[in-house]
Design a protein around this ligand. Structure first.
Ligand code: CTP
Ligand code: CA
Length: 222
């Protein structure tokens, strides 16, 4: 069907996104992961594409289909995600939704780690992963609009505001993940910016995506 040009206000705009978890290998058969389903990030990518944007989504391992109309790059680890995002700059906006693993193992074993009779359990030594959002927020190729998410279980507002500053973001979409948000279909978010806080009522992740995509469009066209 033909859509009126007004229905695709983001035509010509490029948006780089991350979504899903990352997997950090321990050995060839084991990894560290988290509960992110990718539902919220993928829904945002689809909503931005429906508004006409050229969306490049770097996705960690998820069990949901690639969003329609979106260019998807599949990665496993935080370092792979970071490299893919750097390759995609410059862009008009960045929306970083992935639940990036904060740490990876210091050494990945080449072979499956075996139990040895009489020996104690192995200790995993960890190192910090690159902060992909902070890298984008402080990049010489920084997009004009940088949006991050903040998954918090307590002091949501205070923690999210600190993330906004530290990562050089324009908006942080803060959600309280102390309930069943991760993996679920609903979300309750607050949008924090340097201009103040917008509280949104509880709605589906698809509705959050729709509304956020419209807010991004309004900002990119302002
Ligand atoms: N993020 C990222 N790279 C990381 C960690 C986080 O890009 N290595 C991004 C997420 O995609 C999200 C935002 O930063 O947009 C906040 O992620 P969150 O995990 O809430 O913040 P952290 O800085 O990792 O702090 P903590 O987990 O300790 O609360
Ligand atoms: Ca984190």
């Amino acid at each position: 069907a033909l859509l009126a040009p007004k229905a695709r206000p983001l035509a010509g705009k490029t948006i780089v996104m991350t979504s899903g978890p990352t997997h950090e290998p321990i050995d060839p058969v084991r990894y560290i992961a988290n509960r992110s389903s990718g539902k919220q990030g993928h829904a945002i990518a689809a909503a931005l594409a429906r508004l006409g944007a050229s969306v490049h989504l770097v996705s960690g391992p998820v069990n949901i289909p690639d969003p329609e109309g979106v260019h998807v790059i599949h990665v496993e680890t935080a370092r792979e995600m970071n490299a893919a995002v750097e390759q995609l700059l410059p862009a008009d906006a960045a929306v970083m939704v992935a639940a990036v693993a904060d740490w990876r193992t210091a050494n990945t074993a080449d072979q499956k780690i075996k139990k040895k009779p009489g020996e104690s359990a192995p200790t995993l030594s960890m190192v910090e992963n690159p902060d992909i959002l902070a890298g984008v927020g402080h990049s010489p190729k920084r997009p004009g609009l940088v949006v991050g998410f903040a998954a918090e279980t307590e002091n949501v507002q205070e923690n999210a505001l600190r993330k906004l500053e530290r990562k050089g973001a324009d908006w942080i979409v803060a959600n309280d993940v102390s309930g069943d948000v991760m993996g679920g279909d609903n979300n309750r978010v607050r949008i924090l910016s340097r201009d103040g806080i917008e509280e949104w009522p509880q709605m589906s992740k698809d509705q959050v995506a729709e509304r956020l995509a419209e807010k991004i469009a309004a900002r990119l066209l302002a």
